[in-house]
Design a protein around this ligand. Structure first.
Ligand code: AMP
Ligand code: ZN
Length: 463
């Protein structure tokens, strides 16, 4: 079975042939750690987590090297630290820890290597020096700029003209640049910057541009040529376009990444979820609402990774229903009797076809249906084994069914106190308050039944 992936560079689905099947090398642009990740950022992490799992299954666990960086030096970080009146280090350390917690909550595996930009300044300087030596970069007004006219096929990845792309991107007009599209490799320190935001360089104290960070870190851990480079579609231009330009100019025999994979946007009300638009929901927000990580993860995989995916309450409820259905299908199954099976081929085939997770999810759902319609125990067990192994493959259903359902009943303290409050409201003949509490309980899927003697009982509604 072959894995095929849509390559943004060739704009078509291609059979994935790694440069060396003994070590498949993947680089994904990670977070800029100034704030909690929103669920659009999480979509990107979850998508590449699934690709990581597929590659490990195909090539072997020790034959995949997955590098995902942390951008811990950036203007947004400097500004946020100032705003919060804390040091940059304090901000990036805490945000990175929170990011890790959030991604663990979504059952994402850690990458093999997670390099931090600030630990790779020497490597960045090294590449910039190469670019200056071979004239692909120039110094102007204390900045070092990349000269985009020196790059061959500069616009190949985006497939658009530079004019079209520059039109949509915020580019500072700057007389120091030879060309409007030239971008910063190194910029000088600003007087108001905290010392930790700046580093010594042959061009004075300052800090690197964002794009050079990924060129330096991918080169250090994966070499001049590697297999897959991923990130959200918003990174195609200018970030990935500039990474290609720098890396191939600094290492002229290199073709940099062979396959470029880009995930589509998570939207809210049809618009890209983003910090700048303010229409974002963080993973933290959902954790606070006690929405299980599996539910968010299933939601993020429910649409094909290249298509837009709209986030809304109904989508969360739908994902919860699906997971409840899967879990319910195996609640009465004796898991000690499950046959040991290989991951079913039709399920794998769906994922190998450019990561068709909607189809993979449908296949899991069919196993749940089959368990319910099967007449004999053997068929039930076989379908249950298939269901669990496929769901686990996608990083779902990682809890046993009783814990999944009990966890919800952990709310029982809250439920009991609401029932007691409602009982009191009824005693006080405060019917509107009693109704408000009933509605609250209903929102938690708790149905209350009033008895003639004034007492109430409750049960959990199954979807
Ligand atoms: P950032 O921290 O903004 O650099 O984003 C980190 C990663 O999340 C990048 O790969 C972005 O392309 C991706 N990303 C940001 N917003 C969204 C979104 N709304 N939907 C999907 N991916 C996104
Ligand atoms: Zn990057």
């Amino acid at each position: 079975m072959h894995l095929s992936l849509y390559n943004s560079l060739s704009r078509q689905k291609e059979i994935f042939n790694p440069i060396d099947a003994n070590l498949v090398k993947v680089y994904v642009c990670g977070p800029t750690v100034y704030d909690h990740p929103h669920i659009g950022n999480a979509r990107s992490i979850v998508v590449y987590d699934v690709i990581f799992r597929i590659l490990m299954h195909l090539f072997g666990k020790d034959s995949v090297l997955y590098v995902r960086n942390i951008t811990d030096v950036d203007d947004k970080i400097i500004d946020r630290a100032k705003e919060l009146n804390i040091s940059i280090f304090e901000l990036t350390k805490k945000t990175t820890e929170d990011f890790h917690q959030d991604m663990t909550y979504l059952n994402c595996l850690p990458p093999n290597i997670e390099p931090k930009a600030t630990m790779h300044i020497a490597e960045m300087i090294n590449i910039i020096e190469k670019l200056l030596v071979n004239n692909s970069a120039y110094i102007s007004e204390k900045h070092v700029y990349f000269d985009i006219l020196k790059a061959t096929n500069y616009m190949e990845l985006s497939g658009r003209s530079l004019e079209q792309m520059l039109y949509g991107v915020r580019i500072e007009t700057n007389e120091a640049k030879k060309h409007l599209g030239d971008f910063v490799l190194w910029k000088p320190a600003s007087q108001s910057d905290e010392a930790s935001a700046n580093f010594d360089s042959p061009w004075g104290r300052g800090r690197p541009g964002w794009h050079i960070e990924c060129s330096a870190m991918s080169h250090k851990y994966l070499g001049e040529n590697f297999d897959i480079h991923g990130g959200g579609a918003d990174l195609i231009f200018p970030h990935h376009t500039n990474e290609i330009a720098q890396s191939t100019c600094a290492f002229p025999s290199s073709s940099f990444a062979k396959y470029w994979v880009h995930n589509g946007f998570l939207t809210a009300g049809g618009e890209k979820m983003s910090k700048s638009l303010g229409n974002f929901i963080t993973v933290r927000d959902l954790i606070k609402q006690e929405i299980e990580g599996d539910i968010i993860r299933l939601l993020l995989l429910s649409s094909h990774y290249r298509k837009p995916l709209d986030y809304n309450k109904k989508a969360v409820l739908d994902s919860e229903k699906i997971l409840n259905y899967w879990y319910r299908a195996v609640t009465n199954i004796d898991l000690t009797k499950l046959p040991s099976i290989a991951i079913p081929n039709n399920f794998l085939t769906s994922l190998y076809d450019d990561i068709n997770t909607p189809l993979a999810i449908k296949i899991i759902n069919d196993y749940a249906k089959n368990i319910q319609t099967a007449n004999d125990q053997k068929t039930k067990l076989h379908n249950a084994a298939s269901l669990i192994s496929c769901a686990n493959f996608l990083g779902l259903m990682t809890k046993p069914a009783n814990i999944w359902f009990n966890k919800k009943l952990d709310n029982s303290e809250l439920i009991n106190s609401l029932i007691a409050a409602r009982y009191k409201a009824k005693q006080d003949k405060d019917w509107s308050e009693a109704d408000v509490i009933r509605k609250k309980l209903l929102d938690m899927n708790i149905i209350t039944e009033d008895h003639k003697d004034g007492s109430s009982s409750w049960y959990k509604k199954h979807n």
